[in-house]
Design a protein around this ligand. Structure first.
Ligand SMILES: [Zn+2]
Length: 223
């Protein structure tokens, strides 16, 4: 993604025409020819910034180009230098894998003793880092899957025992603890008219555990 031309202009303290702010074409005083700096041209703003395409043009002196040229001219350096610097910066702000975004407490909840030192491992051994990322992500999803299954069982038992409100509350609380939403998903599964077979089996088992006399359960029957 390109740098935002409006941000660049404000960093360099360009004077904007207030009316044009927030529009596709934002007007400003031209810092290159300074023609509109003259007192008699107080109301003129010759520089036009296209905030969608990140390009600029001065209607007076004709200076124009893309946002990198804009930055280069404002800083008095070459365009290549600006582009080079921008590339390096984008590389250093690389996107985190979802596994790396897991918090320390989430890591502990799923059974790790602590959050992996991602940066350290990455520097030390890149292939292992990539492998570990996948492993942790898989383990996390497995953990969430178990939590969902448990929440579902709780819900089913609570409906049989008429403690539905309490169960929803408990699931909501657990959801917050874990930091991943699944209550809605669990409720959605429950309200499906045709639930997956393993869900029906799970429900039969949950009911059976909740009240074995009322709900006899034979796994064979449900296969
Ligand atoms: Zn100009």
């Amino acid at each position: 993604m390109l740098p935002n031309i409006l941000d660049v202009a404000s960093e360099h303290k360009l004077t904007f025409q207030p009316r044009s702010l927030g529009k596709k074409q934002t007007l400003a005083k031209c810092p290159f020819c300074r023609e509109d700096d003259q007192p008699r041209k107080r109301k003129k703003y010759y520089l036009s910034l296209n905030t969608q395409e990140q390009i600029f043009k001065c209607w007076y002196c004709g200076e124009s180009g893309g946002v990198f040229r804009f930055m280069a001219l404002l800083e008095g350096v070459s365009e290549n230098e600006v582009i080079d610097r921008y590339r390096k910066k984008s590389r250093s702000t690389y996107k985190l894998h979802p596994a790396e975004k897991l918090t320390s407490s989430q890591c502990r909840m799923m059974g790790l003793d602590k959050k992996p030192d991602w940066m350290g491992i990455r520097k030390f051994d890149y292939p292992s880092y990539k492998k570990l990322r996948e492993l942790v992500w898989k383990a996390w999803n497995q953990f969430l899957q178990n939590e969902k299954r448990f929440a579902y069982q709780l819900l089913v038992i609570s409906i049989a025992g008429r403690t539905y409100g309490k169960a929803v509350e408990a699931i909501g609380k657990r959801e917050k603890e874990i930091g991943a939403p699944f209550l809605k998903e669990v409720l959605d599964i429950y309200s499906l008219s045709e639930r997956p077979r393993q869900i029906n089996r799970l429900e039969a088992l949950a009911l059976h555990i909740g009240d074995p006399l009322k709900y006899p359960y034979s796994p064979m029957e449900k296969e």
